[in-house]
Write a protein that binds this ligand. Structure first.
Ligand SMILES: NC(=O)c1ccc[n+]([C@@H]2O[C@H](COP(=O)([O-])OP(=O)(O)OC[C@H]3O[C@@H](n4cnc5c(N)ncnc54)[C@H](O)[C@@H]3O)[C@@H](O)[C@H]2O)c1
Length: 308
């Protein structure tokens, strides 16, 4: 029997993630949205692509949570996306209400599930999901670092004209303007990019990574990125369901790691069937540590205005 993933939010990120999950037969998917007909229509449309694409995983759409019962993983993408001129933080009030409602419903029906949060502002929405579900921190974490590093990897590959597969990038911190890309730990075939690119180019890549979300928002105008975000979600679901124990940057709840407590922050974790099985601590230079602390401070400020 295939494992079961509920994706809440049948918008751009949710529907694309659902599509990638069934096309790769990673799990059967229940797609949920408040919009009547949208999850049902998208699910049927995807099933009708199955004979051509050649997958047997099933996807069903719904407006209520009954069919999500017993899910192994719940992915939360419900919420509003950023519009031009809007920061992720502007979304906090509206999306915390939405995420709290979604998690209440989903967690009650799948008490053993792993919750992967995508809705923005990411680190604050992870905290909403943790508080509302009451799940242990191992089972409530967020997607951001894989996306931010994937962006950085593409910029590195483009700059050096090498395969994206030979690149590795390291991005820590909150998923916002204070994220901390680390060129020192970013490599091409194991060689730090600090040895391969001049400082101006490195600085430009770091800045473009930080602005990666808004660059796409400025193109789309009415929404935000979803192809790369949905790929990142699927890598996390896959790592969990296949117990891969992959080391991936995720938004995890820190309790002492990196000298911080009670805050969600992007850090490298070991992702397996139990969720965040370990938080990997790497040695940081004083200025990197400072940048991480600034990032944590920005996240804490959002926590302080949460109403759940
Ligand atoms: N963490 C990241 O790196 C990252 C990347 C991209 C997008 N996001 C965030 O993910 C979220 C979704 O982005 P999107 O582009 O898919 O947006 P979208 O507008 O295309 O989709 C959001 C969907 O959520 C649904 N929704 C709203 N309230 C709901 C509720 N109470 N229950 C169920 N469904 C509900 C909407 O009807 C809509 O279909 C946004 O908050 C966005 O900022 C995060």
């Amino acid at each position: 029997m295939r494992q079961k993933v509920t994706v809440v939010g049948a918008g751009n990120v949710g529907a694309t993630a659902a599509q990638r999950l069934v096309e790769r037969e990673i799990a059967d998917v229940v797609l949920i949205d408040i919009l009547e007909g949208i999850p049902q229509g998208k699910a049927l449309d995807m099933m009708e692509s199955a004979p051509v694409e050649g997958f047997d995983a099933k996807i069903t759409g719904a407006n209520v949570y009954d069919t999500s019962e017993g899910s192994d993983v719940v992915v939360v993408t419900a919420g509003l996306a950023r519009k031009p001129g809007m920061t992720r933080d502007d979304l906090v009030a509206k999306n915390s209400e939405i995420v709290a409602g979604v998690v209440r419903e989903a967690a009650a029906r799948s008490p053993e599930a792993i919750l992967i949060v995508v809705s923005n502002p990411l680190d604050a929405m992870c905290e909403v999901a943790r508080r509302v579900s009451g799940f242990p921190r191992e089972r409530v974490f967020g997607m951001a670092g894989i996306l931010d590093s994937a962006r950085m990897r593409w910029f590195i590959a483009e700059a050096l004209d090498v395969s994206v597969e030979s690149t590795h990038a390291f991005v820590l911190g909150g998923h916002g303007d204070t994220m901390v890309p680390l060129p020192r730990y970013s490599t091409v075939a194991g060689i730090p990019i600090t040895e391969l690119l001049p400082k101006e180019k490195l600085d430009a890549i770091v800045q473009r990574t930080r602005d990666g979300g808004i660059e796409i928002v400025n193109y789309y105008k009415t929404g935000s990125a979803y192809y790369a975000p949905s790929s990142a979600v699927v890598e996390m679901v896959d790592a969990v369901l296949k117990d891969k124990k992959k080391i991936l940057p995720c938004a995890a709840y820190l309790q002492g790691e990196y000298g911080m407590t009670d805050v969600y922050l992007g850090v490298p974790v070991k992702l397996g069937r139990r969720g965040v099985e370990e938080i990997i601590e790497i040695t940081l230079l004083p200025e990197e540590k400072e940048a991480l602390e600034r990032s944590a401070q920005a996240v804490r400020e959002l926590f302080s205005i949460l109403k759940v």
